[in-house]
Ligand binder design. Structure first.
Ligand code: NAD
Length: 351
């Protein structure tokens, strides 16, 4: 199994080194090949997504991605900016399904801005469609009307096949968890999402073992802060998913803990922490590597068919948190403050 390892910029190299340590500890036939991406790609070859990096990503079975970006690159034209690498990879590899779990480990329930009893033990997975919807629909633009007033237009658009393929991803993910799926739409107002609801319901007939429910997006936004533990898997379109997945991630209060996956139609995926390159702490051995380590676990579960090994990594992460290891972002009084490398070593020891 070949993995493209793309550390990127800022803290990317530091956190990726810990995930690689963890992967190397597992007795798996993994071939890890590194390549530059983002600002590092631009520095190496004048392109945030160098051709050799894209070729490696194409031939690999999965991609482990760190983070990209830095102020050094802010003045570059948009197409040369580090963040273009992620968009380029998504587009070139057809990564249409974004999976973002938000888990609250009991030990970290105090880090949330919500009451600990509301979030302790939370484990919700948000699945967002990534390549359709109002973000890509045509026509779009700002134009001048005949009456001299400017008008902005975007088009919300989903084809049946696009809805069906994300629904399959969601039902299959629910099968690997507690078998509850909530599809989120605005079917009372928007025809596009009325179709969404119909197609998800039709697809659900193939998954009688998964309990399907539907919820309007405004209600879902409210329920996520009122009683988030009612959810197992949520599936929704690009724009609603963009907003709800950020809302759900903040329920946990710890950006350094959350992994994500973007999958294609065949289960190949790009796995990355949800946070950015954190230039404010780069090179200081302060970054929390757990989101990247948990991204590697997701990679083993969803692309490399090693769910049992993924469970072991997640158990090792729970153990180091129980043992009191804390990086600066999740620091609490009375806990053992560690740096990036020591946190990685603790996970390896727990394994
Ligand atoms: P950020 O996520 O990099 O940082 C936000 C805050 O969280 C910072 O204070 C940072 O120190 C802290 N933080 C982030 N990850 C952490 C970790 N693992 N451990 C401890 N603390 C952590 O977001 P930002 O500051 O808005 O953006 C910085 C750069 O990252 C920008 O160039 C931005 O474009 C880029 N970015 C990249 C991605 C990506 O690669 N997918 C995502 C978001 C932002």
């Amino acid at each position: 199994m070949k993995v493209a390892v793309l550390p990127g910029d800022g803290i990317g190299g530091e956190i990726m080194a810990q995930a690689v340590k963890v992967l190397n500890k597992l007795a798996l036939p993994l071939e890890l090949e590194h390549a530059p991406v983002g600002g590092a790609g631009y520095d190496a070859s004048g392109d945030p997504l160098p051709a050799a990096t894209l070729a490696l990503a194409r031939e690999a079975d999965a991609i482990l991605f760190g983070a990209v970006g830095g102020s050094k690159y802010d003045a570059l034209p948009r197409v040369k900016r580090p963040e273009q690498a992620i968009l380029g990879l998504r587009k070139s590899l057809g990564l249409f399904a974004n999976l973002r779990p938000a888990q609250v480990h009991d030990e970290l329930a105090g880090a949330s801005t919500l009451k600990p009893e509301v979030v302790a033990g939370l484990d919700v997975l948000i699945i967002r469609e990534l390549t359709g919807d109002i973000y890509f629909g045509e026509p779009r633009g700002i134009s001048m009307r005949a009456d001299g007033e400017r008008e902005g237009v975007n088009t919300m658009r989903y084809r049946e096949s696009e809805i069906r393929r994300i629904a399959h991803v969601a039902f299959n993910a629910a099968r690997k968890r507690r078998r509850k799926l909530c599809s989120v739409d605005k079917a009372n107002v928007l025809e596009t999402t009325e179709l969404w609801r119909q197609v998800v319901s039709e697809t659900g007939k193939e998954y009688a073992d998964v309990e399907l429910s539907h919820m309007y997006v405004d209600n879902c936004a409210m329920q996520l802060v009122r009683n988030p533990k009612q959810f197992d898997v949520i599936v929704t379109g690009n724009m609603f998913g963009d907003i709800l997945s950020d809302e759900a991630s903040m329920l946990t209060g710890s950006i350094g803990m959350l992994p994500s996956a973007s999958l294609d139609a065949h289960g190949k995926g790009l796995y990355e922490p949800i946070h950015g390159s954190a230039p404010d702490i780069a090179g200081m051995d302060l970054a929390n590597p757990l989101a990247t380590i948990l991204s590697a676990a997701m990679m083993l579960r969803y692309s490399l068919n090693h769910g049992v090994v993924a469970d072991r990594i997640e158990a090792a992460v729970r153990q180091v948190l129980k043992q009191g290891y804390r990086t600066v972002d999740i620091q609490e009084a009375g806990r053992k403050k560690v740096g990036t490398q020591e946190m990685g070593a603790a996970v390896v020891a727990a394994l």
